[in-house]
Design a protein around this ligand. Structure first.
Ligand SMILES: NC(=O)C1=CN([C@@H]2O[C@H](COP(=O)(O)OP(=O)(O)OC[C@H]3O[C@@H](n4cnc5c(N)ncnc54)[C@H](OP(=O)(O)O)[C@@H]3O)[C@@H](O)[C@H]2O)C=CC1
Ligand SMILES: O=C(O)C1=N[C@H](C(=O)O)C[C@H](O)C1
Length: 333
C-alpha cells in the first residue's frame, strides 16, 4: 500500500501504481466479498452431516411450527421450499437463538424452478440426508408425491385429502422412504391404535349401536378431517353397519365452533373431534374425544417422523412406506 513515512510524495504515488499493477491496492469489490461469503456458507452447509428438512407449505399454519420443531431437534431447514402461490424468501427463526435460515419459495406449478431447486438443494445438502415434509393442500397431495417419487426424495406427508389410494401406489412404486399419516399427534395415534385393536379383538361388539362423528376445524380447512375418516373406518368395525364418511358432521362456522366448545382464541387453529357410539334404543352412549388447540402436538410428531424416516433410509430398511402407528410402535415418538 501507499508508503507515508520516509519517501517523497512522488515516491508514494509511484508505489501506489506499483501496488495497483500487482492487484494489491484496490479494496475487494462488494461482489467478490459476497461471493466469498456464499462459498464459505455453502462449504459449511455441505459439512453438515445431519438431517435437512425441505418444508413444503412453509408459509402455512403447519409449516412454520414444523420448521421450529425440526430445528429444536437439531435438524436444519433446507434453503428451498415448494409453495402454492408464494414466492420470494422466508426467514425461519431459530428457536435455539441461532441465525435465522433464509428459505426461497418456489411455486409448485413452476416445474422447471422446482427441478432446479431440488438439484441445488441436493448439491448444497449433500453432506447430510434430505427429508421432505409436506403440509400443503389436499389438491396438491398427488402431484407433490409424484414429484418426490420422480426426484427420489424421501418424504413425510402430513397433508390430508387427495386420492389416498393413488398416493400409496405411487409412493410404494417409487422406492422412496415415506411416512404418510393424517394425524401426527402421539396420543391421537395411540388412540387410533387402541380402537384398531379393540375392533380386531371385539369386532361387532357395538353391533346395535350407531356411529356419529363431528369434527370442528378452522374455517379455512377445505377437506373433511383425515383423522376422522381414518378413525371412522376403525369404529365402523365395532358396529354392524358400514359408515359413509360423507356422514361426518363438519363444523366450520364460528357459531357452531363456539357451541362445540372451541375457545374463541383458537378459532383460527383447532381440531376438535367427537366420535359417539349410541345404542339403537337410545339408552346408552359412548363418546371418544380429542380436542386440540394450536398445532404443537402435530408439529412435534412430524419432527419425530422425520427422525424415524431418516433412520430407516440411512439403514436401508426393506420396508419403505410407513404410517405413524409404525413410528409409535417402534418407540419413535
Ligand atoms: N397430519 C397431521 O397431523 C396434520 C395434518 N394437517 C393437514 O396439513 C395440511 C395443511 O394444513 P395447514 O398448514 O393448516 O394449511 P394452510 O392452508 O395454512 O397452509 C398450506 C400451505 O400450503 C401451501 N401450498 C398450497 N398449495 C401448494 C402446492 N401445490 N405445493 C406446495 N405448497 C402449497 C400454501 O402456500 P401459499 O400460501 O403459497 O399458497 C400454504 O403455505 C391440511 O391438509 C391439514 O389437514 C394439519 C395439521 C396436522
Ligand atoms: O387441518 C388441520 O388443522 C388438521 N388436519 C388433520 C386432519 O384433517 O385430520 C389433523 C388435525 O385434525 C388437524
Amino acid at each position: 500500500m501507499m508508503a507515508t513515512g520516509g519517501g517523497s510524495f512522488f515516491d508514494g504515488i509511484a508505489e501506489f501504481f506499483e501496488d495497483l499493477q500487482k492487484g494489491m491496492a484496490m479494496p475487494p469489490s462488494a461482489a467478490s466479498v459476497a461471493k466469498a461469503k456464499k462459498e464459505k456458507e455453502e462449504q459449511e452447509e455441505m459439512a453438515f452431516e445431519g438431517v435437512w428438512v425441505m418444508m413444503n407449505g412453509l408459509s402455512g399454519k403447519m409449516g412454520l411450527d414444523v420448521a421450529a420443531a425440526c430445528l429444536r431437534k437439531g435438524f436444519r431447514i433446507a434453503p428451498y421450499a415448494m409453495s402454492g402461490s408464494g414466492s420470494g424468501e422466508v426467514s425461519v427463526a431459530d428457536p435455539k437463538g441461532g441465525d435465522p435460515t433464509t428459505v426461497t419459495l418456489v411455486p409448485s406449478d413452476d416445474a422447471e424452478g422446482c427441478d432446479k431447486a431440488v438439484a441445488e438443494l441436493k448439491r448444497r445438502c449433500s453432506g447430510g440426508s434430505v427429508v421432505v415434509v409436506d403440509y400443503t393442500t389436499p389438491s396438491a397431495v398427488n402431484a407433490n408425491a409424484e414429484f418426490y417419487a420422480k426426484h427420489g426424495l424421501n418424504f413425510v406427508m402430513g397433508t390430508t385429502g387427495g386420492d389416498r389410494d393413488a398416493l400409496m401406489s405411487v409412493t410404494e412404486g417409487s422406492g422412496v422412504y415415506a411416512v404418510i399419516a393424517p394425524n401426527m399427534g402421539k396420543q391421537i395415534v395411540a388412540l387410533q391404535s387402541a380402537i384398531d385393536n379393540m375392533a380386531r379383538e371385539f369386532p361387532g361388539s357395538f353391533g346395535d349401536y350407531k356411529l356419529e362423528i363431528t369434527e370442528s376445524h378452522q374455517s379455512a380447512k377445505v377437506d373433511t378431517s383425515g383423522t376422522a375418516k381414518a378413525l371412522a373406518a376403525d369404529f365402523a368395525k365395532l358396529t354392524a353397519e358400514d359408515y359413509d364418511v360423507k356422514s361426518i358432521n363438519k363444523v366450520r362456522d364460528t357459531e357452531g365452533q363456539l357451541a362445540f366448545g372451541v375457545p374463541e382464541e383458537h378459532l383460527a387453529g383447532h381440531a376438535f373431534h367427537t366420535y359417539s357410539l349410541k345404542s339403537n334404543d337410545g339408552t346408552v352412549e359412548f363418546q371418544f374425544r380429542h380436542n386440540v388447540c394450536g398445532r404443537l402436538m402435530y408439529a412435534e410428531g412430524t419432527a419425530d417422523a422425520v427422525e424415524f424416516l431418516a433412520g430407516k433410509a440411512g439403514s436401508g430398511a426393506d420396508k419403505r412406506v410407513y404410517n405413524m402407528l409404525d413410528v409409535l410402535r417402534e418407540g419413535g415418538m
